[in-house]
Design a binder for this molecule. Structure first.
Ligand code: ADP
Ligand code: MG
Length: 281
């Protein structure tokens, strides 16, 4: 078979069909980049839904006070009685008490809204302030195969909590100049968390998003990314398409809203690529 070069300029490997799920606690992934608008929330929803299609039970945790994940899955963030904020602040309340179902069977959500912005301040004075989310997740790890945390665009205490609770980090990056700025700082944060609160944390991969194959600079950004980060860069690249904002308005993952679209297919491929990198999933 002829070799095929992918958008990152490397030969595109074949990603096997997802193996059957294995028993054991969930793999926890943080979707992280301190820059906003790079595709964290979109990737959290779409990757989560693609993993459900291959038999995984998935929990998505909204850990951004903007509540975009909550809204993207069809909930009104202003009308939540209880959210992840209450779990962080009230030890008698567990994640189980606030988890809701989504339109996709097997895909659950721990919702958030603007209340969460107060948690950062309130946690600062607590002992074990970096471990608050990890403690909450511990109680539901056996109920899921994969847990994905949608981080806020900052490297503050909430994101440190997410990293402390995670096995791995996925870093979405817009395929634009300047996208690479800040990734070094994020890597430093991951290393610090590794040293101080969570030695098992690893970077799973960097994901190029909003890629436009018609422009030279999209390709150049991907090439620069591969030069700097090598095999950490996912072969899968997500193209720019309005289908993603349309599916947000519909409150559904793209795999449901436009199941045969290239965007849905790209996230299915990403799910297979992530499963190769995280064999415990
Ligand atoms: P973040 O969570 O990093 O802030 P989002 O996932 O919310 O980023 O994406 C920011 C905006 O870009 C949203 O309006 C989303 O619908 C849109 N978007 C995300 N991915 C793509 C893509 N591949 N193509 C086009 N638009 C996208
Ligand atoms: Mg977001």
């Amino acid at each position: 078979m002829a070799e095929e070069y992918g958008p990152t300029g490397r030969v595109m490997p074949h990603f096997p069909e997802a193996p059957p799920r294995k028993p054991g606690p969930a793999t926890v992934i943080s979707m992280c980049n301190q820059k906003g608008g790079v595709g964290k929330t979109t990737t959290t929803i779409s990757l989560g839904a693609a993993l459900v299609e291959v038999g995984r039970k998935v929990l998505l945790i909204d850990f951004d006070p903007q509540g975009s994940l909550t809204v993207g899955l069809g909930y009104n963030a202003h009308e939540l009685d209880q959210s992840i904020y209450h779990v962080l602040m009230d030890r008698s309340l567990g994640l189980k008490d606030i988890i809701v179902e989504t339109t996709v069977p097997g895909l659950d959500l721990a919702p958030a809204n603007i209340d969460l912005s107060a948690a950062e301040m309130q946690l600062v004075t607590e002992v074990g302030r970096e471990q608050a989310l990890a403690r909450a997740i511990h109680a539901v790890r056996d109920d899921y195969d994969v847990i994905i945390i949608d981080c806020q665009p900052s490297l503050g205490l909430l994101t440190v909590n997410a990293l402390t609770a995670s096995d791995g980090v996925v870093i979405p990056l817009e395929c634009e100049y300047f996208a690479l700025r800040g990734v070094a700082l994020l890597k430093e944060t991951v290393e610090k968390v590794c040293e101080r609160t969570n030695p098992r944390l690893e970077i799973i991969g960097l994901l190029g998003t909003m890629y436009d194959s018609r422009t030279l600079h999209g390709r150049e950004v991907l090439q620069t990314l591969v030069q700097g980060w090598g095999d950490l860069v996912f072969h899968t690249v997500i193209r720019r398409t309005v289908k993603f904002s349309d599916s947000t308005v519909a409150g559904e993952p793209i795999t449901e809203y436009a199941p045969t679209s290239p965007g849905a297919e790209a996230y299915r491929q990403l799910a297979r690529e992530v499963l190769v990198r995280c064999p415990a999933m």
